[in-house]
Design a protein around this ligand. Sequence first.
Ligand code: C2O
Ligand code: CU
Length: 564
Amino acid sequence: DGSKEQDWIVTRKEMIRGGIAKEMIVVNGLFPGPTVHAKVGEKVMINVRNELPGNEGVSIHWHGINQRGSNTMDGAVGITQCAIPPGHNFTYVFTPDKAGTYWWHAHSGGQRVEGLLGGFIVYDSSQEKYTMGNGAYDDELLVIITDQYHDKFSEALARYTSKRSKGFEPVPDGGLINGHGKFNCSKLLTAKHRCIADADDLTEFILQPNKKYRIRIINASAFSDFKFSIDNHELEVIEADGAEVESKKTHYIPISSGQRYSAIIHTKQWDIGQFYIRAEMDDMNFNYLNLQLEPEVKAIITYDRNSIVYRITEFVKRETKRYKPNPSSKPWSELLQPEELVTIQESSLRPLEREEIPDADIQIVIYTKVMKLEKRNRAPFAFINRTSHIPAIGAPNLHVATNKINVSDIIPVPTITGGKNTEKWGGDQLLLDIPYGSVVDVIINNIDESSHPFHLHGYHFWVLHTFSPEKVNGQWYPDQKANYNVVNPIKRDTVNVPSFGHSVIRWKANNPGIWAFHCHMEWHMSTGMLMQFATAMENFTEEIPSAMIDHCIAERDLGPKLIK
Ligand code: C2O
Ligand code: CU
């Protein structure tokens, strides 16, 4: 359908979203950007042209796409490529290997927070579009949830990392579904932002009665976890991060930044009006109260083209041009007793098909924490073990590893901690070598108040164990190996590591390349909660595209200016 070969132009554009006027970063004028539809085994070619003003580079990461044999296309700035400079373009070429719900977003600065993101759906080549292991459905919808900050990302980040910072991550002001929402302008505390209450409306989905829909949910937020539900419609979860799961009925799906789920909903037999889709922010990680915050993000389901409701609303729309959908549905929590409410847990999901889980050869233990550092003006930095990631300018690690840049050409970047291998890689980096074929356990000990959704590029991993403690000390200790689920663990690409708890993930290192592993909350990633695995590099055979090398030379020329 042509969507596998696309030309994308990245620009800035003022938009009114949720009633607030804001400059967004858009693809072909759109936020969210275009949804990519592809089949397993089909080549995707996306030519990204950077038309941002000033010196701002850009890159696109294809979140959850394994990039088997195409590490160079992974889009991670400082790791696999330099940013595409303004006025330049780069064509990402890769072949998805697994059906499911994925997404794409900028992987440079905080550009995804400014809107540079979209959906990416992969269909099985052997199946019809509307089937999955769990059965057929009639149609599907895509729900992309974002949290929104009225301020610019750069301003919010500067405040968060300033001398006077209390170390509290910026709390969003609200959220959007598929780029639309409502903000109560009377909540605004300052006149800094322009708010036009009627300038935006909730996203509305028109559904037919008596049908089965697959609803694909992406948490594309900068920071927030959400609790997702649809009034009066039970959700039957069938997919998590591209993995088919044994179906489970639920009222609420908790979803962390970077994660995706699919659920089947059955529309009712009769037309009974309009219902809210709700994504409620989980405020567990919010360390301060944002008085402007609208924590419930909504969209609307309207039944159906033949229904009385639909015909009346269409009529009103035509006659008055002032149609506003107006559901009166209630959240599940107001309809059911607390003990009747079902909320799925990440750790209770099971794969539809079991796999043989190999034993681990390598065990890596990491600790994650956000801390304020005396020698850095008391600004908060995010750590993995004793490193806080800062990439080298103009010297992505993949280019260093493949001798496309000399170590002596790396522009030094002041580091905080002297990360492992720093002399070789530049910046402040924790980068571990994993030989081809090794089975790796990574034990993520979260010694923070905040939970951290960890995402691995290039692989899907089994989640063997997640521990969410009652009390503060939930660190891993060797006896817990006995509790690992090596029978039917779920395989995904983003795991939420609970506050003061831990998760154990396992994967087999058979995809040559350097892959990022990081917290998906932009505030934590931007302040250093990122490490890398150089896996199976002895089998690496890719050529670095020459355009990428040119982009890095351009970045090194700018380098001294950038770090001044
Ligand atoms: Cu969705 Cu490295 O990120
Ligand atoms: Cu985090």
